[in-house]
Structure formats: C-alpha cells, structure tokens
Design a protein around this ligand. Structure first.
Ligand code: NAD
Length: 280
C-alpha cells in the first residue's frame, strides 16, 4: 500500500507557485485574492485562515472581507460588485456555507467568471463539463493532481465517486469523464452503495460520514481517495475506515494530509491562473 501524500505534493506546488508569483511581480502584477467570510462558523474561519496563510507564504496578496451573520443579500452583492471591479484582485471566493437568509446561487452567480477561483459559477461549471479551459473547483482538481503525481492512469478505469454535491462530487465526475474514466456517481438515494464501490478500480468519497467506506465494500488493489472531513472525539477523520481499507488498497489518501492540503494548493494555482489573464 502506498500513501497518496497530499501534504508533500502541496509543498512542491507551493514552491512552484512562489516562483510564478515572483515572475508575475517582475511584470508588475501582484496576484491578489479576496475572500468573503460571513458569520461565526468555526470551520469556515479555520479554512479561511489556512487559505490566507498559504497566500502569505507564496507572496500572493490576500484580503478577507468579514461580515456578521446578519448581513443582507444586497450588501453582499454590492461587495462582490466592488471586488469584481477591483483591478488589484484577480481571484474572489465566497466561503460557504452562507447563512440561510442568503440565496447562495445568486451570490455565486454574481462573482465574475474571470475571478471565480473556486470554480463554482455555473458558467465555469458548464465549461468544465464540456472539457473547455476553465476554473475547476479546487478539491476535485487537487485529486486529479494527486493522480498525475503518482502516475495513476485514468483511461478506461472504473471509478466510483461517492457524494454528488456541486462543489465536490459533480465536478469530480466531470474531470474524470474528461480524462476518459468510466464513472459511477453515488449519493444519499443510491440503493446499494457497496455494489458500486466493490466493482470500482478507484473509489473517491466526499460525503461527511466517518467509516462510510469499510473494507468489505472495496476490492483488492483498489485506489482510495478520501475527501471527507469529520471531527470524531476531537480528531479529524475522513469517510473511510482507513485502518482496514488501507490493508486492501494499492494507494490511499490519509486524512489529514491527503486531499485537504491539495485543495489549498489548487486555490493558489487558480489565483495565479486568474492573475495571468492580465497579461493577455
Ligand atoms: P454535501 O453535504 O454538500 O454533500 C454530501 C453528498 O454526500 C451529497 O451528494 C449526498 O447525497 C451524499 N451522501 C450523503 N449521505 C450519503 C450516503 N450515506 N451514501 C452515499 N452518499 C451520501 O457535502 P460537501 O460539501 O460535498 O462535502 C462532503 C465532505 O467533503 C464533507 O466531509 C466536507 O467536509 C468534505 N470536504 C473536504 C474538502 C477538502 O478539502 N478535503 C473540501 C470540500 C469538502
């Protein structure tokens, strides 16, 4: 069994990003990322500070616009308009989830597709499905980067994606299909999850349920990517029973240290990509 080491790969990517930032600065462009953070959700605050720290480490300018839970949709929309117009900011992300009184789709659709470094705008999502150049969401993009690093060929492979959200499972499906994998996508209404996972060469799970994937649900030699993040007794775990599944797997991601750091690395890469648009 080999570990798909996202922590190590993300460090390597950060070094590459650092060099690209230096090159861009020589051309008079400092890549800039703005983050909108609403409310007091502790996990959201942790993610935003991790993203901010990664920007600082690599020389990307970053600014966080923090708002109380009570902010109106109108105020949020006008902040987005202001950032869309700001020539010093190349990437804008809205940390999710937003409070219930705010229409998340409306907010995400207001972000300029050219600054949409999270890849959540339907325009970019559509381009992703069509296999066109776009901003792909950072988490599934990070998974693809892990496959590339470990020379895991996807062509013709049977892949089972468990979880079908707009930010994880669906874009994961699109990236895999465009890489010529045969993809099964499962969700809460899937009748017999094990029947799908058992026949897969690669199982990718992003649900948010500890121990959802157990050893009896996968075949020998399977490649397992665990996107899930759960807190159990103060410890961060994924959706996979790592101890037992790893005994059958040829490759597996740990949690933490697998997909998480890759997500942040891809955000940095997407921000560089957005800044480079200024050169065209
Ligand atoms: P979500 O709640 O939006 O979606 C969960 C998906 O899982 C849905 O499609 C749902 O139908 C499916 N599902 C729920 N129960 C299921 C079951 N028993 N069997 C099969 N499918 C089931 O969540 P999300 O935002 O997509 O996040 C999923 C997980 O990934 C969470 O643990 C989240 O913290 C984690 N996550 C990690 C990263 C990272 O960087 N590692 C990034 C984003 C999300």
């Amino acid at each position: 069994m080999k570990i798909l080491d996202g922590k190590k790969l993300s460090q390597k990517i950060k070094e590459e990003v650092k060099k690209e930032v230096e090159e861009l600065k020589k051309k008079g462009i400092t890549p800039g990322l703005a983050v909108i953070l609403v409310g007091n959700d502790p996990a959201s605050h942790t993610y935003v500070s991790m993203k901010n720290k990664a920007c600082k480490e690599t020389g990307i300018y970053s600014v966080v616009h923090e708002f109380p839970e009570s902010i109106s949709e109108k105020e949020l929309l006008s902040t987005i308009d202001m950032i869309n117009e700001n020539p010093n900011i190349h990437g804008l992300l809205i940390q999710l989830p937003l409070p219930k009184h705010i229409d998340t789709t409306k907010i995400l659709e207001r972000v300029s597709p050219n600054k949409d470094v999270d890849g959540f705008h339907p325009y970019n999502m559509g381009r992703l499905v069509e296999g066109l150049d776009t901003f792909a969401p950072c988490t599934p993009l990070g998974v693809m980067e892990l496959f590339k690093e470990y020379n895991i060929d996807l062509k013709g492979k049977d892949v089972c994606v468990v979880g079908a959200s707009n930010i994880v499972g669906k874009p994961m499906w699109a990236l895999l299909v465009n890489a010529w994998a045969t993809v099964d996508i499962c969700h809460i209404e899937t009748r017999d999850l094990a029947a799908h996972t058992k026949r897969a060469d690669i199982v990718i799970v992003g649900v948010g349920k500890p121990n959802l994937i157990t050893a009896d649900m996968v075949k020998d030699g399977v490649i397992v990517v665990d996107i899930g993040i759960n807190k159990v007794n103060g410890k961060i775990v994924g959706d996979v029973d790592f101890e037992n599944v790893s005994k059958k797997a040829s490759y597996i991601t740990p949690v933490p240290g697998g997909v998480g750091p890759m997500t942040i690395a891809m955000l940095l890469k997407n921000t560089i990509k957005a800044a480079k648009k200024m050169l065209k």
